[in-house]
Design a protein around this ligand. Structure first.
Ligand code: FAD
Ligand code: SF4
Ligand code: SF4
Length: 495
């Protein structure tokens, strides 16, 4: 066995992120931007951890990952054990290691003494599980015994998939229904390749299929079956359908052509990367090559849109956000990447109106059918007093308007839930005032007996790591529910 590693090396070993490709090279393709750690580098970086008695990194990881333990095992070169510890709390560690906003979660709370940079937790987590795949340590799930009961899961995003994994391990027959033609939800059609290579998601989908999870793709609940019909086929159902209704822009000209929702734009680009024929992309509508692109919004979705436009070869890419850098909701790491890649941030600015090409500056083409957008008239903003949430409210500065040329405008203002009770023909399905599904926080059950819910459809637009956490917790509650029912049925039969 390897000797115990010397830890606490943050005092003499500097922080090193995995090598990042140069921005000029990144702009030309959709490949991931970080390389993998070498074994030596992973061990060295893991050894910087000071093995805190109360690890705040773990407290601020939504999955309560046992970070100090897998860092120590990595420092000692005991990677298979590190993988087992890591996989015990996280269904998809190689995904979280790539796309969690670590600066706001684990790494942002690493308490290495002031003046030293945090441990590179995400990169080590990714390295451990990528190595486990490479070495063949990750085998399909073979439950000790198969149970007679089945669970139906609506939605093949990270929430539904994490639940599917946990329920398969318990031996249930698991059926996942998704309206898309591929497994992964936003992991496949939202998040671009340069953050998360599609092959990473496809490998997990195949692994779940090899583990016995049955996928019913191109199957939309509400169109191909009602919720009650799905419920009737299974002992319990989990709804993990995410949130997709794009928030709309309220400004004159918002109906002009080529003003598109973020998901429309990103899905087209992701589908193209996957080799699909995409009519709206192939005819040039959603391809930013040679065009001026303005993205409106300041969250992670906006960052994905601007960075996609850069890679498509846009003539210019601007991000219009009504607050300033310090007050934007997106990860600062992502903003930094975008700036390196040539995105221009227009802070403290909001759209006032969209001007059609007919009225646009000389030299811009006129639209043939529905008039297309030609520019965005914008207003400068200042931050006023804080509202009830504590955030300063942006206020327009009169007479400060200016025009930005725009051939494509992408709306990335956030998402709301669809009206699921109507869509699922399930009027008894209770919702909150935000339209998300109402659940009992302890049991994860909705107002309909045996129907549970997890992920964004409960939280509102959130993070992959929270969807995984919810999926795992909901699976544990579904297990309790089914076993309680089975126990009650057995007791009744014995009477
Ligand atoms: P989803 O991933 O949305 O999956 C829901 C699934 O349900 C979909 O496959 C959908 O097709 C299916 N579905 C919906 N309705 C039906 C129906 N009626 N019948 C059948 N199937 C249905 N989070 C991060 O942590 N890091 C990031 O870097 C990050 N980047 C993001 C970038 C973008 C562009 C977006 C939009 C989000 C990003 N997020 C990120 C957020 C993250 O993707 C979500 O929080 C997470 O995917 C939610 O998981 P979920 O399983 O609840 O839902
Ligand atoms: Fe950090 Fe996310 Fe991994 Fe938790 S799951 S340790 S928050 S990267
Ligand atoms: Fe190690 Fe930082 Fe976590 Fe402390 S907070 S256990 S130093 S990773």
């Amino acid at each position: 066995m390897a000797p115990p590693a010397r830890m606490l090396r943050f005092v003499d070993v500097a922080q090193h992120m995995p090598d990042k490709r140069k921005a000029a090279e990144r702009r030309r393709d959709f490949g991931e931007i970080y390389a993998e750690f070498s074994a030596a580098r992973a061990a060295e970086q893991a050894s910087r951890c000071s093995q805190c008695g109360v690890p705040f990194c773990q407290v601020h990881c939504p999955l309560s990952n046992n970070i100090p333990d897998w860092l120590k095992l990595t420092a000692e070169g005991r990677l298979e054990e590190a993988y087992e510890v890591s996989a015990a709390t996280n269904s998809f560690p190689e995904i979280c290691g790539r796309i969690c906003p670590q600066d706001r979660l684990c790494e942002g709370n690493c308490v290495i003494e002031k003046g030293f940079e945090s441990v590179t937790i995400g990169a080590v987590e990714r390295y451990i599980t990528d190595t486990a795949w490479e070495k063949g340590w990750i085998k399909p799930i073979r439950p000790p015994h198969q149970r007679a009961q089945s669970v139906g899961i609506v939605g093949a995003g990270p929430g539904g998939l994490a639940a599917a994994e946990a329920l398969r391990r318990k031996g249930y027959a698991v059926h996942v229904y998704d309206r898309y033609d591929r497994v992964g939800g936003l992991l496949i059609y939202g998040i671009p390749n340069f953050k998360l290579d599609k092959q990473i998601v496809e490998r997990r989908a195949q692994w779940l299929a090899d583990s016995g999870v049955v996928f019913h793709l191109n199957f939309e609940v509400g169109r191909d079956a009602t919720l009650a019909e799905i419920r009737a086929q299974h002992d319990a159902v989990l709804v993990a359908t995410g949130v997709y209704k794009a928030r709309e822009l309220q400004a004159p000209g918002a109906g002009l052509a080529n003003i598109v929702p973020a998901m429309t734009y990103l899905t087209a680009s992701n589908r193209k990367g996957l080799g699909d024929a995409v009519p709206d992309y192939d005819d040039g509508t959603l391809d930013a090559a040679g065009k001026h692109v303005v993205v409106i919004g300041g969250g992670d979705t906006a960052m994905d849109c601007v960075r996609t436009a850069v890679r498509q070869g846009a003539a210019s890419v601007k991000c219009l956000y009504r607050r300033d850098r310090a007050n934007m909701p997106g990860s600062l790491r992502e903003v930094h990447h975008a700036e390196e890649e040539g995105v221009e941030f227009v802070w403290l600015s909001a759209p006032e109106a969209f001007i059609g090409r007919a009225a646009a500056p000389k030299g811009r083409r006129k639209g043939a059918v529905r008039e297309a957008v030609g520019s965005v008239r914008s207003l400068r903003m200042r931050l006023g007093i804080a509202d009830a949430t504590g955030r300063q409210v942006p206020e327009p500065i009169a007479g400060s308007d200016f025009d930005l040329p725009a051939d494509i405008v992408v709306k990335a203002l956030g998402f709301d839930p669809d009206d699921l009770p109507a869509q699922f023909a399930a009027p008894d399905l209770a919702t909150t005032k935000w339209g998300t599904l109402a659940i009992d926080r302890r049991s994860f059950m909705t107002s309909v007996d045996g129907v549970f819910a997890a992920g964004d459809i409960v939280r509102g637009a959130s993070l992959v790591v929270w969807a995984i956490r919810d999926g795992r917790d909901a699976a544990a509650q579904i297990h309790r529910y089914i076993q309680a029912k089975a126990g009650a049925a057995a007791a009744e039969a014995a009477e």
